[in-house]
Design a protein. Structure first.
Length: 206
């Protein structure tokens, strides 16, 4: 996840300013790479949840003894922190897996302090047709959401100043000679279209 999404994530949060008083949360944190990055950028505390216990174990091992970090096995719509306790919330490439993304967005609004920042990054979305082949390739049901749908969900959940942008991966695009087909990329044309379309990023404030 870090290798595939680091560049786009950094571009998506390019205007985040983090300080000692900030509490940054990554929902669907995996091994905690983004949480560690946010703390390295100045956040006083870094929080993370993931539904995979093994991922949380790895995140905890990487930050053992560092009280700035707090990782829990939990769902995106059942966070283990109190109301209005977080200043920055990041969600990378997982919202379409949730049973009800709207409920998750409302839960994130619950833990967000007034003025908190939200950034949601999505590769599989309506306006990126090259990724639609993933729907059948994935082993789990997913939602195919559009930018307007995600904006409406966020606004209904209590987020304000909601806007969308498409962000390109800064890594070089593979040449056709370097490319290998897979169930996610059955053709080079689809891979290239995906890379030229970019990720959907939803920005909002509480």
């Amino acid at each position: 996840m870090a290798d595939g999404h680091q560049g786009v994530t950094f571009a998506a949060i390019r205007d985040w300013s983090l300080g000692e008083g900030d509490v940054a949360l990554d929902v669907g944190c995996g091994n905690g790479w983004a949480v560690r990055e946010l703390v390295s950028r100045g956040a006083g505390r870094g929080l993370g949840v993931d539904i995979a216990p093994k991922m949380i174990e790895l995140a905890q091992q990487a930050t053992t003894g560092d009280e700035r970090f707090d990782f829990h096995t939990a769902s995106a719509d059942g966070l283990p922190w109190p109301d209005a306790s977080v200043t920055h919330i990041l969600n990378i490439e997982s919202i379409y897996y949730y049973p009800d993304p709207a409920v998750a967005l409302a839960e994130w609004a619950r833990v967000a302090k007034p003025g908190a920042r939200l950034t949601v990054l999505v590769d599989l979305y309506e306006e990126n047709p090259a990724t639609h082949v993933w729907i059948d390739a994935l082993d789990i049901a997913v939602h195919l959401l559009s930018a307007p749908q995600l904006i409406a969900m966020a606004e209904a959940a209590g987020w304000t100043d909601v806007r969308a942008e498409q962000v390109l991966d800064p890594r070089p695009i593979k040449s056709e000679a370097e490319f290998t087909t897979s169930k996610y990329w059955p053709s080079y044309a689809l891979y290239r279209q995906y890379r030229e379309t970019g990720a959907l990023v939803i920005h909002a404030r509480r």
